[in-house]
Design a protein around this ligand. Structure first.
Ligand SMILES: [Zn+2]
Length: 69
C-alpha cells in the first residue's frame, strides 16, 4: 500500500504511514474466487432459458404452418 499523501510504501497491515503519519485507506478485500453457489445459480438460469426456448419452439412450430414443413 503506497501512502496517498507522500507516496511511500507501507506494509499492508499498517494503518498509518510510517513516514508522514497519514491514515492509510484499508486495503480492499480480495475478491472471492468463483463462488460455486453463484456458478450453480447461473447454470440453472441457463437451463431455465433453454427450457423456455425449447417449450416455445415445440409449442410454436406446429402452429406456425410454415410452407415446406
Ligand atoms: Zn505517507
Amino acid at each position: 500500500m503506497d501512502c496517498p499523501n507522500c507516496g511511500v510504501y507501507n506494509p499492508e497491515e499498517r494503518d498509518i504511514c510510517w513516514r508522514c503519519d497519514q491514515t492509510l485507506p484499508k486495503p480492499k478485500e480480495p475478491k472471492k474466487k468463483s463462488d460455486p453457489q453463484s456458478a450453480m445459480r447461473r447454470m440453472w438460469i441457463i437451463i431455465g432459458i433453454v427450457l423456455v426456448i425449447w417449450i416455445l419452439l415445440t409449442w410454436l412450430l406446429p402452429n406456425l404452418n410454415l410452407p415446406g414443413l
